[in-house]
Write a protein that binds this ligand. Structure first.
Ligand SMILES: *[C@@H]1O[C@H](CO)[C@@H](O)[C@H](O)[C@H]1NC(C)=O
Ligand SMILES: *[C@@H]1O[C@H](CO)[C@@H](O)[C@H](O)[C@H]1NC(C)=O
Ligand SMILES: *[C@@H]1O[C@H](CO)[C@@H](O)[C@H](O)[C@H]1NC(C)=O
Length: 472
């Protein structure tokens, strides 16, 4: 046993023997290999914040009435993987504090003295911190009752202050948001900062709502705790704003007939289910695979779900999670020889080494074309040929919930395109002409993953970057 003092004069007991015996199930790490786990120094500044994060998340997800706290660290390692991944084995115990609305885990929460009441558990937590994005994720939590022991427990220090309760309504909304979207924050300061952003975003959503000229509803979404800049950085595609630099593509052959009044490729089996790009600016890849899924369906009558990860890993013309251009992606797919399926080359949401296997290609393309800029022509082309890769200024999308979105132009500068999507259809709803837009932010975004944008005034630059692969 080794003891050390920490800032708030509490004592952490680190069981050194268990570092060697290994409570975790991924033993056998080799020291020195790049990216390999390293045994954690007890002075690692990230450890305590990772512990607090795990403790909060653990309590949030558990059904127990009483708050459980970490009583002892059994082992801890960290590994550098786009940030730091902590693997921590701890003992936790039940405290006298009952869970309240705000889930305040404070030092005042005393452990039950009797061990049968404390119900000690041994838990393995894996916490992934991306410091430069201020993001923590609980990757793994495995708890089981501890073998009965009588050791004295010690506390992990906490630096939380009690939150000011100035606006109960806002707090309730924020708490609903946190529960609904699984949010936890690494510290009280972070939570308070996010609350302020949330409050600001409610105002922005209200402004969008007040000024919307369509039928859209804006409000709390899973992005409500992100500033506009963070949202842009994490989910949007900065490379698209350089769309004027993109390679010239061949112009698409004009459609042979005028556009029908409405069309929806979802009703014709050409659209796979809504996917989720996660924490990665890879919308361009989803836009392109969606288009090729449609083109392949048109050719073969078979709807496949195609791999975005192949593009994230193997498309050297684009920048993986840092953004990309559909025009580059088509070229990359031609050079690679085609796309694998989603199942064979599945999505991880971060760049890895290219694992493309030519033998697993299920769909190829022969070239790509750029569509006309007139929305009527785009509609006619879509109805005749399949879903269209498109891009737009996504500002009004952050707080969109449902309906036909028709933001004022000042919110949606058509020259600031930052998100790639898939046009799957168009029509009119209560007199409002719309584009049906397949997004890649999961099914819990918008209307089952779709965004509906007003059609007819080149809104948000939706007409500027329409393209398609060509399969001969
Ligand atoms: C992370 O938090 C620190 C301190 O709170 C702040 O200075 C920094 O700008 C934040 N970074 C991001 C990406 O939010
Ligand atoms: C919340 O997180 C848990 C575990 O991390 C996961 O199983 C669940 O699907 C998540 N729920 C939502 C709404 O994201
Ligand atoms: C289209 O591309 C595939 C795969 O590269 C190739 O086998 C086929 O011959 C091409 N078709 C035409 C008409 O060029």
């Amino acid at each position: 046993m080794m003891e050390l003092s920490l800032s708030r004069c509490l004592v952490l007991v680190v069981c050194v023997s268990s570092l060697v015996s290994g409570h975790d199930d991924n033993d056998g790490y080799t020291a020195g290999a790049p990216g390999a786990p390293v045994r954690l120094s007890e002075s690692d500044p990230g450890l305590l914040s990772a512990l607090r994060f795990a403790e909060e998340r653990y309590n949030m997800l558990s059904n127990g009435m009483h708050i459980r706290r970490i009583s002892k660290i059994l082992s801890a390692t960290k590994q550098l993987v786009k940030g730091v991944k902590y693997s921590i084995t701890v003992e936790t115990g039940r405290t006298l504090c009952k869970k309240s609305a705000e889930l305040q885990i404070t030092e005042d929460c005393e452990f039950f003295q009797e061990s049968h009441k404390q119900k000690t558990e041994v838990c393995l937590f894996e916490v992934w911190n991306i410091p430069w994005e201020n993001k923590s994720t609980l990757l793994k939590q495995k708890c089981q009752p501890a073998p009965t022991e009588t050791k004295k427990v010690v506390r992990v220090p906490l630096t939380h202050d009690k939150p000011t309760k100035e606006n109960v309504d806002l707090l309730m909304q924020f708490k609903d948001f946190m529960v609904k979207y699984n949010r936890t924050y690494s510290s009280q300061e972070e939570a308070e900062k996010r609350l302020r952003i949330f409050q600001q975003n409610l105002k922005t959503a209200q402004t969008l709502q007040d000024l919307d000229q369509g039928t859209a509803e804006y409000g709390v979404t899973k992005f409500s705790d992100l500033t506009e800049d963070e949202f842009r950085m994490m989910y949007l595609n900065p490379m698209l704003s350089q769309w004027t630099l993109q390679k010239q593509m061949k112009p698409a052959a004009p459609p042979s007939q005028a556009a029908p009044d409405s069309w929806d490729w979802r009703e014709h089996g050409a659209v796979s289910s809504v996917k989720n790009q996660g924490f990665c600016g890879s919308c361009w890849a989803f836009s392109v695979t969606g288009n090729i899924e449609g083109q392949w369906f048109k050719k073969t009558g078979q709807l496949l779900s195609l791999s975005e990860q192949e593009l994230v890993d193997c498309d050297k013309l684009d920048q993986a999670c840092g953004g990309g251009l559909p025009s580059n992606a088509y070229e990359a797919i031609e050079n690679l020889g085609g796309l694998e399926t989603e199942t064979d080359y599945s999505y991880t949401g971060h760049k890895q080494g290219c694992e493309f296997t030519a033998g697993k290609v299920v769909a190829y393309i022969n070239s790509s074309v750029e569509l006309p800029k007139d929305e009527k022509d785009i509609a006619a082309w879509l109805a005749e040929n399949g879903p269209v890769s498109a891009a737009l200024n996504a500002f009004a999308m952050q707080f969109y919930k449902k309906g036909v979105s028709h933001p004022l132009k000042i919110f949606c500068n058509p020259w600031m395109i930052d998100h790639a999507v898939l046009l799957v259809g168009y029509g009119e709803r209560n007199g409002a002409p719309f584009w049906a837009i397949k997004n890649s932010w999961g099914e819990d975004y918008g209307e089952q993953g779709y965004y509906y944008l007003y059609r007819g005034s080149n809104l948000c630059g939706i007409n500027k970057m329409c393209s398609s692969a060509v399969v001969n």
